[in-house]
Design a protein around this ligand. Structure first.
Ligand code: NCD
Length: 322
């Protein structure tokens, strides 16, 4: 498959409404705020079940491993009363284009309304969106190193629940920025929401070219990168995406870039420690602080359900037209 060049406009219809969710890049600020507001409504609701997607079918199509994202998408769809299909597709190196299109056509024949897609190729979700039938929605659940828009939404939701104004925050994203779709989507979301101090902290080998143009400042030491920050977002070293030597050793990475109890003491007392998961204890984070007092890691998981419900509602929660 030749990855489709990501075009943010593909996800909006002529009236500017969300049709697919492929990337955070290019989304209007008001749309992100309204998705977070809708997620807040779901998170606070006394009931867990809503009729919004009754009669609709959502298919989870995961070509890559996932724990949190897949299950919270499933729960989100079920809490909105949709029928849910889960397809665990093992990643394969065969002719991806044909495989993807055949899979899409087959599932569309089952009248699926929405596909939640995770794929190792950057651009895979766009490819699906370009080939999906009319009225069929695509949600990107992570495509290669490119984007993970619902993770960015749940990260913004988590920050917003604890902090006042994005414009006043300093946020540092630490670790394997190069291979991380979460880093890219978070940088876009933070910039759109008005955060003026977005930092990426990593060894030179793990900083992607062009990240500064996206609005992030680059740091190569934790001491400087974490100085005065309100939020630290830690990332896993994505060994499955690494070819060649990016690091001398995991031990050295932990020594220079791992968040430890000792380093926590130098941070603001009300700092938020976040991580999209899965965590690698003793690498990017010391085990003892993973679920410590300042850790938002499990809240992020919980918030993922409400945020994914909000996205599904924005796209499918209207009159059925097909
Ligand atoms: C991330 C992903 O898959 O991009 N995890 C997630 O969705 N919660 C980050 C990772 O795999 O390290």
């Amino acid at each position: 498959m030749t990855p489709a060049r990501p075009t943010p406009s593909l996800q909006l219809d002529a009236a500017g409404r969300l049709k697919h969710l492929l990337t955070i890049e290019g989304l209007p600020r008001e749309m992100i705020v309204s998705l977070l507001d809708q997620a807040e409504t779901y998170a606070r609701a006394k009931t867990r079940k809503f009729p919004t997607l009754h009669g609709r079918t959502v298919c989870n199509l995961f070509f890559e491993a996932s724990t949190r994202t897949r299950t919270t998408f499933e729960l989100a769809a079920k809490r909105l009363s949709a029928d849910v299909l889960n397809l665990q597709v093992a990643a394969s190196s065969t002719t991806k284009g044909e495989t993807l299109l055949d899979t899409l056509a087959t599932l569309e024949a089952m009248q699926v309304d929405m596909f939640v897609v995770r794929h190792e190729a950057s651009g895979a979700a766009h490819f699906f969106a370009q080939h999906a039938g009319p009225g069929v929605a695509i949600l990107n659940a992570g495509d290669g190193r490119h984007a993970h828009p619902t993770q960015a939404l749940l990260d913004m939701f988590t920050i917003r629940r604890h902090k006042q104004e994005f414009a006043k925050l300093s946020v540092a994203i630490v670790g394997d920025i190069l291979h991380s779709r979460v880093a890219r989507s978070d940088v876009h979301a933070l910039s759109i929401l008005g955060c003026k101090d977005v930092r990426v902290v990593a060894p030179t080998t793990l900083i992607p070219p062009g990240i500064e143009a996206m609005g992030a400042k680059v740091f190569h030491t934790l001491e400087e990168g974490l100085d005065g920050v309100d939020v630290v977002i830690l990332l896993r070293l994505q060994k499955e995406r690494m070819v060649g030597a990016f690091l001398p050793s995991l031990g050295e990475f932990h020594r220079d870039f791992g968040l430890t109890r000792a380093r926590m003491k130098k941070l603001k007392p009300d700092v938020l420690v976040m991580h999209p998961g899965p965590i690698n204890r003793g690498v990017e984070i010391e085990g003892a602080i993973a679920y410590g007092e300042r850790s938002m890691i499990l809240q992020q998981v919980t918030h993922g359900i409400a945020c994914r419900m909000a996205v599904m509602t924005a796209i499918l929660g209207k009159e059925k037209s097909r």
